[in-house]
Design a protein around this ligand. Sequence first.
Ligand code: ADP
Ligand code: MG
Length: 679
Amino acid sequence: MSAVALDSGVPRGVSGSGARSRAAESADNIPVIELRNITRTFVTSGGVEVRALRGVDLKIHIGEFIAIVGQSGSGKSTMMNILGCLDKATSGTYLFAGRNIRNFEPDDLAWLRREGFGFVFQSYNLLPHSTAIQNVEIPAIYAGYSAEERRIRAEALLTSLGIGDRMDHRPSQLSGGQQQRVSIARALMNGGNIILADEPTGALDSQSGAEVVTLLKNLARQGHTVIIITHDPALAEHADRVVEFRDGQVISDRRTVDEELPAPGNTRLRDMFLNRRIASPLVGIGEAIRMAMSSLTSNVFRTFLTLLGIVIGVASVVAMMAIGQGASQMIVDQISSIGTNMLTLQPARIEGQRGPSPSTLTFDDADAITENVPNVIATLAEIQGSYTVRYGRQDYSSTVTANSANMPEIRNWPLSQGVYFTREDSDRYTAVAVLGATVADRMFPDGGNPLGEYILIRNVPFQVIGVLTRKGGSGFGGSDQDDAVFVPLKTGALRLFGQQFARSISVAVEDISRISETENTLVEFMTVRHGTQDFRVFNSAELLDTVSASQATFTMLLGAIGAISLVVGGIGVMNIMLVSVTERTREIGIRMATGARQSDILSQFLSEAIVVSAVGGVLGIAVGIGIGLLLRVVGAPVEFTTAPIVVAFCCAAGIGLIFGFTPARKAARLDPVVALANE
Ligand code: ADP
Ligand code: MG
């Protein structure tokens, strides 16, 4: 084997005299890669300048099999990274198929890496959580092949490289030689026009190393351009050309074979490059989601933690809003059940007076209001107390109310059995009682008929003459309106309460639109009648408005608490995504080396954030509804409405987008060579 100096080698600046250099003059024979005076200077974190390449000239033609040799630290890897467009030269010119790449956009460089190059690394650089076939498919994902095309081609490549039976194994389940074959298959996936192999045998035993070199040699014979770095001179001799580096410079460039290089018939790459479609489609949304899912399932615990924040956030929004909604509905219902056309008078201290509320409202006041205040249909004077009611041997404590005969009408509360007492019953102090549904059920279980029976209230016998229909509205915080016993006003005043004053007088107005006016007249009338304002008036319509408004505020407040936990969840997503980017820097480097654009990386990490958040959103809604239903069983007022559920879900997905963006952009902006060097 005699060495043939090539024009790109030493001595620099001297044009070689080989057949190749003359052919290079013709347009068809432009070198696929031409480097002119390339330098690369690193500035270490300590500010020291390291000149890794000090002016390299090199021409590489299609179909060549080149070995780059040299001592450790001589700049071989730096050279390789620049050749493969993973790194940019500090100065000098890089012509790819005759085109200067200096002004190439990152996407153009990604295109070159994807369609032009195939990388084989000493440490294989396979994704540890992906199977052999998935690793091989990666470059084709970014090239836009369909899943079917990818699988067929990857299977064919793995089979032809002799590891067809290991396709579903993960890298950790493969030997070094097998892993290197997987990475060669990956390099070939998009065509592998120029294969750059940085110490491909460095981590292999001599047997596997020799096999890998034979593989690469065969590829070169098939028309691939193969550039391999090796420190093993024996392996280097397999190459057609050996370029030796020392201290960042080419010190020798020789051919190991005598025969003429094969005619450079393979102009496909150059044509492809000149006609390239930079705007090849981005990785599809389905593919992005699939990749997101597989990377999320590869670290289940971390994904679970990320999810947890979102789930808690969404669940608390959904549950809080449902409780707020339920609570306000309950209060509105309770006020409405009193009737919205009501003014209620209660005794009050005169201004400046101290002590307990005085008894000021008489039963006659009630009648006088009905007669004298316009727009009043009826009044209802009431006295109330809590007493033990006894039937036979059964004691039951309930609210006893003495009021007038028109209660069922005013409260819109009909009887289910028997009759309500009359005005005569009251005037004659008759001892009769009407039971609320709860009391009737408790004291007369098993369908016993209470009508005609005698019950004892404070040891006074009362005959039951009626039972009211059930009003409902029981539960958490709200009192059971059916837990009540009613007796005639004067009977109750005399025999139970021992006082002739009403605890309240309810005034039903006829025309609700004039309720405020009626309220004023009522206050005036009563002030004149009593000589002083020793009462106060509640307007149920106004009360309903006020309560509804404050309940809406309350609901919003609960929603806000939920929203805060959602934001906290979002920050959790961001945090974990940032960690994930740091942790997966090498993966990002591998993806970039195989041709991923910045936008592909961005969309991958964004998809992961959105998928996590959306899944968290769905789980959160389920958990929130679950909590709500549980609370409802316990008796809390819970009311689900669609709006908060939809909003919470959209917020969760949106939070994925917003909080996932920064980490995703961080990932996309990584420098491929820096990312790859990350351990
Ligand atoms: P080889 O692959 O031949 O062993 P390299 O190309 O890896 O050599 O390195 C060439 C020189 O550049 C070495 O001195 C190395 O320390 C230095 N170098 C390589 N990469 C960096 C970097 N990122 N920062 C600083 N110095 C670097
Ligand atoms: Mg190296």
